[in-house]
Design a protein around this ligand. Structure first.
Ligand code: MG
Length: 393
């Protein structure tokens, strides 16, 4: 096979100099190692579940809103555009982008916060760590190993942040948090592509749902500027088309700024390898003025969309569902599907465990089960457990 990565910059991730997989495997015949990672992610169970997991709006609220699946695809598109311009490894940014939200609970951040509170005495719950746990352990597809056995650089990108306490338990992959180093550029790109995607699609979904109004949006200079540009080119254009034309200009402006600023920073630091990148300051970044605009946008969305009273109602309901499911299963593990029950009385998995260990292990199994649920599955499971109605056994 010709070297498909020959055109990449020296500071990009290359299969040949990768830190490799947890379990050695033969190199693929017709793909690069990172293409194989991307393909494994697309075929895994957790990836399909993203279709029915929430970003901001609960999945059944409308067919046109983003789900975690469409969000992840948008992140991959933006990340690949940036990566191609900087001669980075497109397959790797795509793999990281498609996997970055795999560990999310149902109901978005409301679900994650609720599950984290439930897991307070059992090591906590963090969606980022859960994404890594999924690709390292929980997916069951291959005969030779648990998880997807992804490349180090893909796993490094999936683990965007991590507490020091957790980093110490993670071996190699946690080291950079202890040593305060950066991940490869592909991971840095995927991280900011995520931000570009959600800021813009949340505006789009917010306007579509009526929770945000155009008048409100025009108070944001970044939006108003691009909206005026649209008005100048298409006088009198209104409604969805005017919003789409505005949002696509905002996405373009953010991507172009990111490419230009990052290019300059890479030139100045002149890294010769991915290890040089890891030792440098973050090289993928917005310009100072664009970073300020992005922050203002985020702040606006937090105040006006994520804390909108109708979103609060959904968040509150979601929290109750997650907490009640968790309490129910922890108190009565016999209600769990067999795969999630800590085996009893004694198996290789629980022999020799103290009571605290086994409580911890059982709580983690419950968290894995709940985190894997889609929005609608969580709602149905809650109904099955709590509704006394012969239609819901
Ligand atoms: Mg995301």
């Amino acid at each position: 096979m010709t070297n498909q990565e020959a055109s990449l910059a020296p500071y990009a991730a290359h299969s040949a100099t990768s830190k490799g997989r947890l379990f050695d495997e033969l190199a693929p015949d017709t793909r690069t190692e990172f293409q194989r990672d991307r393909d494994r992610i697309v075929h895994c169970t957790a990836f399909r579940r993203l279709e029915y997991k929430t970003q901001v709006f609960v999945n059944h609220e409308g067919d046109l809103f983003r789900t975690r699946l469409t969000h992840s695809i948008e992140v991959a598109q933006i990340a690949r555009s940036i990566a191609r311009n900087l001669q980075l490894n497109e397959d790797l940014v795509e793999a990281i982008s498609l996997a970055h939200d795999l560990g999310h609970t149902p109901f978005g951040h409301a679900g994650q916060d609720a599950l984290n509170a439930c897991m307070h005495n059992f090591g906590g719950f963090e969606h980022n760590l859960q994404s890594l746990r999924l690709v390292d352990k929980l997916e069951q597809r291959y005969g030779a190993f648990d998880g997807l056995n992804l490349m180090f650089e893909t796993r490094e990108g999936i683990l965007k942040h991590c507490s020091l306490a957790n980093a110490k338990k993670l071996g190699d992959i946690g080291q950079r948090f202890i040593q305060r180093k950066q991940p490869g550029l592909e991971a840095q790109v995927a991280n900011l592509a995520d931000e570009i995607a959600y800021n813009n699609h949340d505006i789009d979904d917010g306007l579509r749902s009526g929770l945000l109004t155009l008048e409100q949006m025009l108070q944001i200079d970044f939006f108003a500027r691009h909206n005026r540009e649209v008005e100048a080119i298409f006088p009198g254009l209104r409604g969805r088309r005017a919003i789409n034309e505005t949002v696509r200009r905002m996405i373009n402006a953010l991507i172009n700024d990111l490419i230009e600023t990052s290019r300059k920073r890479i030139e100045a630091a002149a890294p010769q390898s991915i290890d040089d990148v890891r030792d440098a300051t973050p090289l993928i970044a917005f310009s100072e003025s664009m970073a300020l605009e992005a922050t203002a946008l985020k702040q606006f969305l937090r105040e006006n969309l994520y804390r909108h009273y109708l979103v609060n109602r959904m968040t509150s309901k979601a929290r109750r569902i997650v907490v009640e499911l968790f309490d129910c299963f922890v108190n009565e593990p016999a209600l769990l599907p067999p795969d999630y029950q800590l085996m009893s009385p004694v198996t290789p998995q629980n022999s020799g465990l103290t009571e605290t260990d086994s409580a911890q292990l059982q709580a983690r199994q419950v968290a894995d089960y709940i985190a894997g649920m889609t929005d609608r599955y969580a709602i149905r499971e809650h109904r099955r457990l709590f509704l006394v109605d012969d239609g819901h056994l």
